[in-house]
Design a protein around this ligand. Structure first.
Ligand SMILES: [Zn+2]
Length: 329
């Protein structure tokens, strides 16, 4: 990597909008060190998804929250973007939590502000299948329900990032129309580059950009291509978003997990409803791109003509802009 890019990367705010660590109270969060070692400043880590019941999500949130608060020398559980600035200045790693799907709300709007108070700063509406709030990307597309609309407004009010990843097309368009704050796809790739139900079409990308939002590059090989995590492939996805709506709408949501003692393949095969056949989930040894590839990726983007400001935006400033609007207001 050229020396000026090395310096840019060292000094940049690096925001990973979604970690794909399997949520469980048993997970040893020392694994978060890997993000900081690779130069990341902040990650949003999921404490639950619709496959779990809401009590399990709350138990995972309780365990993660206590662990982070017990390690104040290394980690900061952030409330707003000022906390991220302070964490960086102190050499600490910043994080907050997200939840993938609204089963975690137990159909109770009061749960939104409770989760917010406990450190959740981003919520997704569905996890692949429909729930009472929203339609999932591997299900019949029913759109956003009246309850889902209420949740969007409550998330806007309390200060959470509204996240459309894993939801179905119509639902995402309904969400983006309802939200008065920028909306993100924290970890979704353009379907024009790799056609997968988890990826999103041009209309969704344009609508997201129109809210002032950001689309995070997902590092999973089956969403990038044929289990392909090469940086050239990643760069094609980033460039597509940038060409379509502008580089200020592109970011990182690697969906990455360090190696943990959980066999993801066994989990995926155990629930063919959430991870249906024909969507590559049965791929052996699904590859995961992550923050370790960022230096090579930004090198490639620079070769493609991305200016330093575009690269800084992609690395973190774009998602930071969304968080300023969503969290701090
Ligand atoms: Zn996900």
């Amino acid at each position: 990597m050229a020396r000026d890019l090395e310096q840019l990367y060292r000094e940049a705010l690096v925001w990973d909008a979604h970690a794909g660590v399997f949520p469980s109270p048993q997970i040893d969060l020392n694994l978060l060190d890997e993000w900081q070692q690779q130069g990341a400043s902040y990650v949003s880590i999921n404490v639950g998804f619709d496959v779990m019941d809401w009590q399990e999500t709350l138990a995972t949130l309780a365990a993660y929250r206590r662990w982070v608060l017990d390690h104040p020398d290394r980690f900061v559980l952030v409330s707003n973007t000022g906390d991220i600035d302070r964490a960086r200045a102190a050499g600490k790693f910043a994080l907050s939590f997200d939840i993938e799907g609204m089963n975690a709300l137990n159909q109770d709007i009061n749960m939104v502000s409770l989760y917010h108070a406990l450190g959740v700063r981003q919520m997704l509406f569905a996890y692949n299948l429909n729930n009472t709030a929203a339609g999932g990307c591997h299900d019949r597309d029913t759109g956003l329900s009246a309850f889902g609309r209420e949740v969007v407004q409550e998330m806007n009010r309390v200060g959470m990032i509204v996240d459309c990843s894993h939801a179905a097309y119509r639902t995402t368009m309904d969400i983006m129309q309802t939200s008065c704050k920028p909306v993100v796809f924290s970890h979704s790739n353009p379907a024009a580059i790799w056609d997968h139900q988890r990826n999103i079409n041009d209309e969704q990308i344009r609508a997201c950009a129109a809210t002032g939002g950001v689309i995070g590059l997902n590092g999973m090989g089956i969403f990038l291509g044929d289990n392909d995590i090469g940086v050239d492939t990643m760069a094609r996805h980033v460039r597509y978003i940038s060409d379509l709506v502008g580089s200020e709408h592109s970011g990182i949501g690697f969906d990455y997990s360090p190696d943990i003692d959980v066999d993801i393949g066994v989990i995926l095969r155990s629930r063919p409803d959430y991870w249906p056949a024909g969507q590559q989930y049965d791929t052996r040894d699904i590859k995961h791109g992550g923050p370790a590839q960022l230096p090579a990726l930004i090198d490639t983007l620079a070769d493609m003509g991305f200016a330093d400001g575009d690269i800084r935006g992609f690395l973190g400033e774009n998602f930071h802009r969304v968080a300023v609007a969503a969290w701090n207001g």
